[in-house]
Design a protein around this ligand. Structure first.
Ligand code: UGA
Length: 433
């Protein structure tokens, strides 16, 4: 099939490359000419395992191309995929201006009957709005189908090729054969529903996963006070098939481009229909507070921050990505330097992105974990990259001025018992040292 993908952000680029890998002819359009230029040269603008190689091989095979000319991409396609961003506005609502602009341009460019497939995360009712915008401009018949995206950063390609389900939202089920066919090679778990329910499934899924994280973080905080171990509690809970083991890792809380944005948007969606989503408001609040807990713990061990130097391991919002959007490290580093500390930071992939958002003379940019720890008065682990699990802790202990380790992701656990000089804090666990 011939596909046009509008937007080459995370979802758009992964979608385009993966459909090309399945043998479709894909043209990705974006108004950012710098990004398109890089993509034409075969350079992936994001770090995602496997993406670079897949981009090269499909570009070489002529199955994927990049353009700033959205109209041309639309004209050559049978299916148009909307994958533009829906960032938060100041009030927490989803900003739909990119989606609306895309719909206008698609409507104007339509040169024959086509299917428009929305992958952007959009509030309930947005696909109806897209339909109205396109209809006001289009001279040909078209249909709008909602196919929300559930991939995780860091596992995006694996998730695309092994989805738990594909949700297809349509109000005209008889007309979606092409969309079902497009997704069939990926899974037979295709769930066809109405458009509004599909839109809601996306928000409800992210909000539920965020709720599990805030829930387990609160249980962890209680565990600390009653002398239980959250890693044991999570493992024991997870064995109940009704609960399952996933998203029960306590730590510093969630970040990223999705959970923070989508939880706030769903609170707004509920508020717009006079529903006070109290549970989700608490989830957001608990997540914010969890970051403060890490700072409090560091203060408990290290005292005042002024004039001290702290090491930071991990800047990305989670491992295997260079994405720092809403990363806990942004808050924590700002707080530390705001209180007069110097920080030595290291991340295997996210340093450049972090630096573009937060650059300060009090930050030293290190190129390996050991030099970030060197001479420091405390070390905070904020992202559980594998590389950190493999570091020689004896060398770390020896290089630090004061060996305090705040493990915001419970990465080291019992292993730390062998290094008795460490003052070690992990979330929701008995003090090991
Ligand atoms: C999330 C969802 O998992 C995807 O299904 C969804 O498609 C995506 O948002 C989106 O809407 O685009 P993502 O943000 O890439 O994916 O990352 P996750 O792996 O879900 O992690 C989110 C945050 O939760 C991270 O900060 C992670 O460290 C944290 N987390 C996750 C925990 O603190 N504990 C856990 O047990 C799991």
């Amino acid at each position: 099939m011939k596909l046009a993908v509008v937007g080459t952000g995370y979802v758009g680029l992964i979608t385009g490359v993966c459909f090309a890998e399945l043998g479709h002819e894909v043209v990705c359009a974006d108004k950012d000419s710098g990004k398109i230029e890089k993509l034409r040269l075969g350079e992936a603008p994001i770090y995602e395992p496997g993406l670079q190689e897949m981009l090269w091989s499909n570009a070489d095979a002529g199955r994927i191309a990049f353009t700033t000319d959205l109209a041309a991409a639309v004209r050559g396609s049978e299916i148009v995929i909307i994958a533009v961003g829906t960032p938060s506005t100041a009030t927490g609502e989803a900003d739909l201006s990119f989606v609306e602009r895309a719909a206008e341009s698609i409507g104007e460019a339509l040169d024959g009957p086509k299917t428009i497939m929305t992958k952007s995360t959009v509030p309930v009712g947005t696909n109806a709005r897209i339909e109205a915008i396109v209809a006001s401009r289009a001279k040909y018949p078209f249909r709008v189908v909602s196919v929300p995206e559930f991939l995780r950063e860091g596992y995006a390609i694996r998730d695309t090729f092994n989805p738990d389900r594909i949700v297809i939202g349509t109000d005209r089920a008889a007309e979606i054969e092409a969309i079902v066919e497009l997704h069939k090679p990926l899974t037979d778990r295709i769930f066809v529903t109405d458009v509004r329910s599909a839109e809601m499934i996306k928000y409800a899924s992210n909000a539920y996963l965020a709720t599990r994280i805030s829930f387990i973080n609160e249980i962890a905080n209680i565990c600390e006070k009653v002398g239980a171990d959250i890693t044991q509690v999570s493992a024991g809970m997870g064995q109940d098939r009704r609960i399952g083991p996933h998203f029960l890792n306590a730590g510093i809380g969630y970040g990223g481009s999705c959970f923070p944005k989508d939880t706030k948007a769903l609170i707004q969606i509920a508020g717009n229909v006079d529903y006070d989503f109290k549970l989700l408001k608490s989830v957001v609040e608990v997540n914010r507070e969890q970051r403060n807990t890490m700072i409090r713990k560091l203060r408990e061990y290290a005292g005042s921050f002024s004039g001290k130097t702290f090491g930071i391991w991990g800047l990305a919002f989670k491992p295997n990505t260079d994405d720092v959007r809403e990363a806990p490290a942004l808050d924590i580093v700002s707080r530390l330097i705001g209180e007069g500390a110097r920080v030595r930071v290291y991340d295997p992939a996210a340093t450049a992105n972090f630096r573009s958002l937060l650059n300060d003379p009090s930050i030293e940019w290190c190129t390996d974990p050991l030099s970030a720890a060197k001479g420091s008065d405390g070390l905070m682990l904020l992202t559980e990259w594998n590389e950190f699990a493999e570091v020689d802790l004896r060398a770390v202990e020896q290089t630090m001025n004061t060996p305090i380790l705040i493990d915001g992701r419970n990465l080291f656990g019992d292993k730390i018992g062998a290094y008795s000089r460490f003052w070690y804090y992990s979330v929701g666990r008995p003090h090991l040292n």
